[in-house]
Design a protein around this ligand. Structure first.
Ligand code: NI
Length: 190
C-alpha cells in the first residue's frame, strides 16, 4: 500500500523516533510497514524513506538505488532495511552534494556529509548488520538516519544560499533543459 508522506511542518517529521523492540520485527504489522515503505519509496522515485516520513515514529528506514541507464554515476544500492540504525563517522572528512527530500518537496540544496560512515543496525529479519558505507551510499544513510532524530537536510546545510526550486536547480545548477533530464532530480530524493 502506498502511504501518505508527511511534509515539513507536520510534527511527526520533527519528532524523535522510538526504538523498535527486537521481537516486534517479525510481526505482521511491522513487516507490512516495511513493504509499504518500499512501495511508497518506489512510487515517489525516492532513494530512501524513513518511517517518520510516513507518520510512523519508529527507528526504521529503507533505501535502494536501482541503476538508472541515463545516470550511471549513481552506484546502485541494494534494497536495505535499517532497524534501529547507529551511524558513526569513519573519518571526519565531509563532502558536499545536492540533496532533496520527499518531506521537503520541490527543493534541492547542497549538504555536507561524512564521506564514509559505519552502520550498525538490524535487518528486516532481525539479523545484525554492520558495514561501512561510502560516498552516495553514506549520504543516503546519513540523510535517512537524521529523519529518525527529527532532522531534515536543511538543518545540515552550511548556509541556505544554494537552496533551489527543482526547475531552477535543473536549469542553473545542472545546466540542463528541464524537459531533457526530468528524471535527474527524482533519482536524488531521499
Ligand atoms: Ni528525506
Amino acid at each position: 500500500m502506498i502511504l501518505k508522506v508527511a511534509r515539513l511542518g507536520n510534527p511527526v517529521v520533527r519528532g524523535v523516533a522510538r526504538e523498535v523492540a527486537a521481537q516486534q520485527i517479525a510481526e505482521g504489522d511491522f513487516q507490512r510497514l516495511l513493504d509499504d515503505m518500499v512501495e511508497t519509496m518506489h512510487e515517489y522515485d525516492g532513494v530512501g524513506l524513513a518511517a517518520p516520513q510516513v507518520h510512523v515514529p519508529l527507528c526504521v528506514a529503507v533505501l535502494e538505488v536501482i541503476r538508472h541507464p541515463r545516470y550511471p554515476e549513481l552506484a546502485p544500492i541494494p534494497l536495505t532495511f535499517l532497524v534501529n540504525p547507529v551511524v558513526s563517522a569513519v573519518d571526519e572528512h565531509t563532502v558536499e552534494d545536492w540533496e532533496g527530500c520527499l518531506s521537503v518537496p520541490e527543493l534541492r540544496g547542497l549538504v555536507p556529509r561524512h564521506k564514509a560512515v559505519r552502520v550498525s543496525a538490524l535487518g528486516r529479519r532481525g539479523e545484525r548488520l554492520d558495514f561501512i558505507a561510502v560516498d552516495f551510499h553514506a549520504r543516503v544513510i546519513q540523510h535517512e538516519t537524521d529523519h529518525l532524530n527529527g532532522m531534515v537536510y536543511l538543518d545540515r546545510m552550511k548556509e541556505l544560499r544554494t537552496l533551489s526550486y527543482l526547475l531552477e536547480w535543473q536549469r542553473y545548477a545542472l545546466g540542463e533543459a528541464p524537459a531533457a533530464k526530468a528524471g535527474t532530480a527524482a533519482a536524488r530524493r531521499e
